[in-house]
Design a protein around this ligand. Structure first.
Ligand SMILES: [Ca+2]
Length: 142
């Protein structure tokens, strides 16, 4: 093996090392995503706000703390997660209305709708304000 070949081999090894480092760093955030939404609760919407929700799923193999994470709409309504851990493979729904929080259901405790039935974007951010996932939905096809 020539010195030149050894050098290029070393560079490739270094590049692979850097790439895998990037993947590991981002893995925590990649595992959690908004997987479904229901922006339109049954009418009259403000009396059925438990039916308006955003579903978040942890696709990772380890539990993920969502404590201090936020969920926002396009109109800057912001829900901040309480102390909460989402188990590996589990989903949780964030309901707009009032209720008692459980492992599968969290409640924003609002008395008015957040998500626009005609189309809205839900954005999930971690406790540092980094965007983890966003989901566009609600627009009805005519
Ligand atoms: Ca709505």
């Amino acid at each position: 093996m020539t010195n030149k070949r050894m050098l290029s081999g070393a560079l490739i090894a270094l590049a692979l090392l850097l790439m895998s480092g990037t993947l590991v760093q981002g893995a925590e955030a990649i595992g959690v995503a908004i997987t479904n939404v229901n922006f339109a609760a049954p009418s009259p919407e403000n009396e059925n706000l438990e039916g308006e929700w955003v579903e978040i799923t942890n696709k990772d193999t380890a539990p993920q703390s969502l404590t201090g994470w936020t969920l926002e709409d396009e109109g800057n309504h912001t829900y901040t997660f309480p102390e909460f851990s989402l188990n590996a493979g589990a989903s949780v729904k964030v309901h707009t209305g009032e209720g008692a929080d459980t492992a599968r259901d969290l409640y924003w405790d609002r008395s008015t709708s957040v998500w626009n039935n005609g189309g809205d974007v839900a954005t999930l951010k971690d406790a540092s304000g980094n965007i983890v996932s966003s989901y566009s939905g609600g627009a009805k096809e005519e």
